[in-house]
Design a protein around this ligand. Sequence first.
Ligand code: ADP
Length: 265
Amino acid sequence: MTVIEATGLRYAYPDGTLAVDGIDVTIEAGEQVALVGPNGAGKSTLLQLLGGLIDPDSGTVRYFGETDDADDVRDRMSVLTQDPADYLFNPTVEEDLAYGPGQLSLSRAEIDHRVDRITARFDLEALRSKPPFRLSGGEQRRAALASALTVDPDVLLLDEPVSNVDAANRATILRLLEELSAQGTTIVISTPETELVPHVADRVLLLDGDGIAADGSTREVMTDAGLLADCDLRPPQVVRLFADHETVPLTVEEAQERLQMGDSR
Ligand code: ADP
């Protein structure tokens, strides 16, 4: 099933900057897609257009083959922007977590159940009663992602969810994204970091500022040094290290496995 079908998207900011110009994107259910490109390539703008947070100047976005209005699918799709303050605005973290499900017509017991479950899953127990502004940057990102998940979305759009996040919070977020992928959640994630891509996506849309420079598997795009260089990006370090091997590992874990099996070339 096609969950998002965007056609001819064009968006210029009020100052005239043309951020997205003539982009078509189709996302199928269960895919994990990375929007990858250098800073300023239009990733964030495209993600906001796909999530219905801003309206295109021209073009359309269709959800689940049913509607062009993102508000109709807020119970099935969550969008996480880069600013945790978009999600954390209640007196306590706990109230923030209850806010999303509170917008759906759920019973109080179901809302409490979801908040408890997500609190445990994101290891937020100790932060539960705190005002969100007292949290560290990484904790805020973790809490914001938790709040995006309380509606149990089928589709999750994430704008650079681990940039400026410390190693421990980053590991927690990546582990959760892996779990969500395994459960079949459709994930679209924007990032300028090629290192991150093999951990979060099996398909890559490469943006170069003029449009989509490539749309392919993570392996195809992340091992194409020339293509990435055209977009001012480099392949992940482990890909560069093993570039002349027969099958190139995309992650350190894959490389370790390969080496344990005795592959020296
Ligand atoms: P990315 O997420 O890839 O870094 P963005 O979508 O944030 O790219 O930005 C795309 C282009 O739009 C850039 O040239 C950026 O400077 C511009 N841009 C982003 N936000 C605004 C804004 N609020 N007003 C004007 N220009 C903007």
